[in-house]
Every structure is written in structure tokens, then in C-alpha cells.
Ligand binder design. Structure first.
Ligand code: C5P
Length: 403
């Protein structure tokens, strides 16, 4: 996944490096940030300098590396508050478990954590640590606390670790970190484009108090709407009933039934570039809705159900259709079923996930998907839905040149 060169042009990136073995990758990251157009200044913690020398970063960035909070020479050149204000974004890569914990507590005992407190722009961290440390409840609790404070987490990838373990905890690759950092700036990837997304379940009334529905949480669709807005799109989220707050910068239309979701979708897609159907639309609805509550005394009740209209297939069948993306939640033969859906519904892309794996999918914060297009498949590793959403938007924009 690559972004066009210049996607970070005119952006000032303060690259924070903390003490983990992944710090050796930060030199490559710095180079790639510069290639993407960013001006980069580097701050290292004391521990980081045990892994890689400041001289490396000084040579690459063309500027002295900032190391100490109480360095009079450095303060005279550019004081720490000034440096925090200078940055359009602070990117900490790698971020160790210890640094993350200090960030949670708002500590200011060293230069980098002080800058994090004094910053005015966004802060993103790329955690890197042993897989057991990453999955430890304390770390996960800290990560959630940071997310609640709008600090962006570029989740670690899974794979071989320097310590010999295999698992989640490796710092995300520099190329990916550059793409994700650039997406933070309400990038111009989808500027001027309209994106319509359906999300959540639908409810199909049986009578005034009962309905048929499903377990969809809406998390994937909401994350996609956030990511589309972040990428600069005019974003419309057509949402069934969920327990999530409407995302900011997004126009959210609340609907209840499949028919309402269809009507709203058709209303909105005529001038859209991209339509993503992330909703778990009810496939059937009761043929008739009782006017009064059905009484228990009636004994056994039979329901006659009729099919709802397939929203994504209807949109894909429009003459002036947007780029149309569907989801496929499957329990077996994932790619075969997804490809069948792609062809049958005439979609441009199907995002397939295995819902038989209880750790991912419905209700979960994580997901692992396979992207199925007419010319092949691409697997993405398990990651948080928020992160996956950003990567999906990036994939769709770059691979299909939507802008
Ligand atoms: O056919 P199936 O329901 O498995 O397909 C899932 C995909 O189709 C999802 O993208 C879902 O949002 C979309 N869909 C729809 N309208 C329906 C049923 C499914 O848009 N009535």
C-alpha cells in the first residue's frame, strides 16, 4: 500500500523515539516521512539512545536531535514549548510499554512526554513490544485510555519478534506508518468526494413492541465513516439502531428498517463516489405487521416472512453507480462465498470476514479480512476496526484511483 509522494508536504512531523529494539526502523521511517514531503525533527528518550545513536538521526534529519528537557543550549535554539507548537503531528515510533504508561499518567519528567502534554496537534503512537507485554491487561487498559483521549494508536503487527516470540507486538512497518500518519491530516485522498456508508443492524417490526434483528454492533461501519471523513470525504452514515455515538464530521441518518435504509441509500448515492454497505441488513421481514401487540394467550404463533430488498445489489445495479463495496460475513469457504457475492451482486470489492472466529467480527473491536476483487484476493492481518477502516479507505483510494 503506497501513498502518492507529497502526501505529507508542508507537514511538520516531530518523530519521538523511545527505547525499544524497533528503534532501528525509525531511521528508515524518518527517510520515508521526508520522501512523503514532511519536515522532520527528532526527539529521543534516554533509553532510545541505547539502541541507536542520535547522530544517525541528526545526519538524516539535518537538525540536532532533542534529548533533554533541561538542556540550556537546546532550549535557547528552540524551547520545548516552541518545539511542541512547531509540530503539526507528534509521531512516537516505537512507543514502548513504559512510555505508553507514562503518557497515560500525563507525566512530564522527560522531554518527549513533556512535548506530548504541550502539543496542540494530533499525537499518534506506534507501540512496539513483546507480544505478552502488548496483550497484558495493563497495556491494553492504557491503550484504551489513550484512545479515549483521541490519541491515535497505529496498532502493532503480528509476526516474529526480536526476542524470539511470535505474536502481535512488532512495530508497524515504516511505509505503513507514513501512510497512516498522512491519513491523520484529513488527507486529500477523498477531498471533494461523497462517501455513503450503511452500518449496524436493521429492525423489522412484528408488532408495535417486537422486532426481528441481529447482533451487528455497527463498529465497522462507524469506523469506516470516521476514516472516510478523516480522508476529506463528505461522509453520510446511514445507521440502523446501535449503541454508538454519531461520529463527528459525519452526517448520520438514523433508520430502523431495511426499507428505510434502502430509501435513504437511494436518496444519497446519486452523487456519491463510493458506497460501502457495512450494515447487517435483515434478509427477511414479517409480511404483515400487527397493529396491536400480539397476545401471549394466542398460543403458538406462526410468522410469514418476505425477503427484504438487497440494498447493495440495488445500488450496484444503478446506471450511474458509485464504486460499490459489500461485506461478506462467512463461517466457511470465505473467499469462494465472497467471490460469489462479488459476481452475483455486481460489486467492485467484497470485504470478507470469518465470523466463526469469535475473537473477531460481530461486537468485537478487532477484525481480520480478505479483500476480494475481480482480479484477485488480498489478506489483511487482524487489527483494530478503527485501524482496519483507515487501511481499507487507503486501499480503495489508491488501488482504484477514486479521487
Ligand atoms: O448476501 P449477504 O447478506 O451475505 O451480503 C452481505 C452484504 O450485502 C453486506 O455488504 C450487506 O450490507 C449487504 N446487504 C444489503 N442489503 C440486504 C442484505 C445485504 O445491502 N438486504
Amino acid at each position: 500500500m503506497t501513498l502518492p509522494i507529497g502526501s505529507l508536504s508542508n507537514k511538520r512531523v516531530l518523530l519521538g523515539i523511545t527505547g525499544g529494539i524497533a528503534a532501528y526502523k525509525s531511521a528508515d521511517l524518518l527517510r520515508r516521512l521526508q520522501t512523503a514531503g514532511a519536515e522532520v525533527r527528532v526527539v529521543m528518550t534516554q533509553a532510545a539512545t541505547e539502541f541507536i545513536t542520535p547522530l544517525t538521526f541528526q545526519a538524516l534529519s539535518g537538525h540536532p536531535v532533542h534529548l533533554d528537557l533541561l538542556d540550556t543550549a537546546a532550549e535557547a535554539a528552540m524551547g520545548h514549548i516552541e518545539l511542541a507548537r512547531w509540530a503539526d503531528v507528534i509521531l512516537i515510533a516505537p512507543a514502548t510499554a513504559d512510555f505508553i504508561a507514562r503518557l497515560v499518567h500525563g507525566e512530564a519528567g522527560d522531554l518527549l512526554s513533556t512535548l506530548c502534554l504541550a502539543r496542540k496537534g494530533p499525537l499518534a503512537i506506534a507501540p512496539a513490544m513483546n507480544q505478552a507485554m502488548w496483550s497484558n491487561a495493563a497495556t491494553q487498559h492504557n491503550i484504551t485510555a489513550l484512545q479515549e483521549r483521541d490519541i491515535t494508536i497505529f496498532d502493532p503487527a503480528a509476526g516474529y519478534q526480536a526476542c524470539g516470540d511470535v505474536g502481535e507486538g512488532r512495530m508497524e512497518e515504516p511505509e505503513q506508518l507514513v501512510a497512516l500518519t498522512s491519513a491523520l491530516f484529513g488527507s486529500t485522498l477523498l477531498a471533494g468526494q461523497k462517501v455513503v456508508i450503511t452500518a449496524g443492524p436493521t429492525q423489522e417490526a412484528l408488532d408495535p413492541v417486537r422486532y426481528l434483528s441481529n447482533h451487528s454492533s455497527g463498529k465497522m461501519g462507524y469506523a469506516l465513516a470516521e476514516a472516510a471523513a478523516e480522508a476529506g470525504a463528505e461522509t453520510v452514515l446511514i445507521s440502523g439502531p446501535v449503541a454508538l455515538a454519531p461520529p463527528s464530521r459525519v452526517r448520520t441518518i438514523a433508520v430502523t428498517s431495511a426499507q428505510e435504509m434502502l430509501d435513504a441509500s437511494l436518496q444519497e448515492v446519486s452523487d456519491a463516489t463510493l458506497f460501502i454497505a457495512a450494515a447487517a441488513v435483515a434478509d427477511y421481514r414479517p409480511t404483515t405487521v400487527a397493529n396491536q401487540k400480539i397476545k401471549k394467550s394466542a398460543g403458538a404463533v406462526s410468522l410469514t416472512l418476505e425477503k427484504t430488498t438487497d440494498i447493495v445489489a440495488t445500488v450496484a445495479g444503478l446506471e450511474n453507480r458509485p464504486f460499490t463495496v459489500g461485506f461478506a460475513a462467512e463461517t466457511e469457504n470465505l473467499v469462494v462465498h465472497a467471490r460469489d457475492k462479488l459476481e452475483r451482486k455486481q460489486l467492485d470489492l467484497v470485504i470478507a470476514n470469518d465470523v466463526s472466529d469469535t475473537r473477531i467480527g460481530f461486537g468485537s473491536d478487532n477484525n481480520r479480512v480478505v479483500l476480494v476483487t475481480s482480479d484477485g484476493e488480498q489478506e489483511l492481518p487482524e487489527m483494530r476496526k478503527t485501524q482496519l477502516a483507515r487501511e481499507l479507505i487507503l486501499y480503495i483510494c489508491t488501488r482504484f484511483a477514486l479521487n
